[in-house]
Design a binder for this molecule. Structure first.
Ligand SMILES: [Zn+2]
Length: 238
């Protein structure tokens, strides 16, 4: 990347990939001790969104020893390449905490701490850890809803469904969330910004309904005066 060029970048204001101008670029190569063949190349850039003018910061890093392979459809051969890691500030996956998230504390301190840690990981652009966090939050929430912690995730979802804590549609959504969180935890799968957004939306819906809306609905029922008994109609009409 050179100064003045147009690149594609994740604009934190537009919430997606947009054209941006590289206003300032600084390159830095760091060698391993005693070996000039092993190095990390960092390119730090201040980008300006060409849609909304927001300025943000990106670092492109690649490590000389990090070599991957891919199939080239033109040459029809497998070729080696060095994957470049993009890091943004502010993070494109950061997400506003819902105003009810503080109320989770009244339910359970651990649940609120795990949820906060997940939002912190999003703020810090740590996609894999954030994905694992969503699964851990679900795990703690299911325990608070009475599910035995030692069960498998599939068993937990089935039990929540059997006890009426979730419906069929929500079980499908939460199952997708748990599978994605497991792929991040065991295989290092890194979700895209959009996929993480879906995961957190599923989690927030589940937490809000289970721990915020349920008590509010109960309070609403308690404060509404009961419906008066309906008297039989007097048959003098017509
Ligand atoms: Zn923008």
């Amino acid at each position: 990347m050179e100064e003045g060029v147009t690149v594609r970048g994740e604009c934190p204001s537009c919430g997606g990939e947009r054209n941006a101008r590289a206003e300032k670029v600084f390159k830095h190569r760091q060698f391993a001790d005693g070996d000039e063949d092993i190095f990390v190349d960092d390119t730090h850039a201040i980008l300006r969104c060409l849609g909304c003018d927001t300025a943000y910061f990106r670092t492109d890093s690649w490590f000389s020893e990090d070599v991957d392979t891919r199939y080239n459809h033109i040459t029809q051969e497998t070729e080696q390449f060095c994957p470049v890691k993009h890091t943004y500030h502010p993070s494109p996956i950061r997400r506003d905490r819902p105003d009810w998230s503080e109320r989770i504390r009244a339910t359970d301190r651990d649940l609120q701490r795990l949820l906060n840690n997940t939002y912190d990981a999003l703020d810090a652009d740590l996609a894999v850890l954030a994905a694992i966090g969503t699964r851990t939050v679900f795990d703690r929430a299911s325990e608070l809803l009475g599910v035995e912690p030692a069960r498998t995730f599939a068993e937990k979802l089935n039990e929540l469904r059997a006890t009426g804590k979730i419906g069929d549609v929500e079980r499908e959504h939460l199952s997708a969330l748990v599978d994605a969180g497991s792929a991040a935890a065991h295989r290092g799968w890194e979700p895209s910004a959009e996929e993480l957004d879906t995961m957190v939306t599923i989690l927030e819906g589940f937490l809000h309904r289970s721990f915020v809306l349920a008590p509010q609905a109960g309070a609403l029922r308690g404060s509404v005066p009961p419906r008066p008994n309906r008297r039989p109609a007097v048959g003098n009409q017509g």
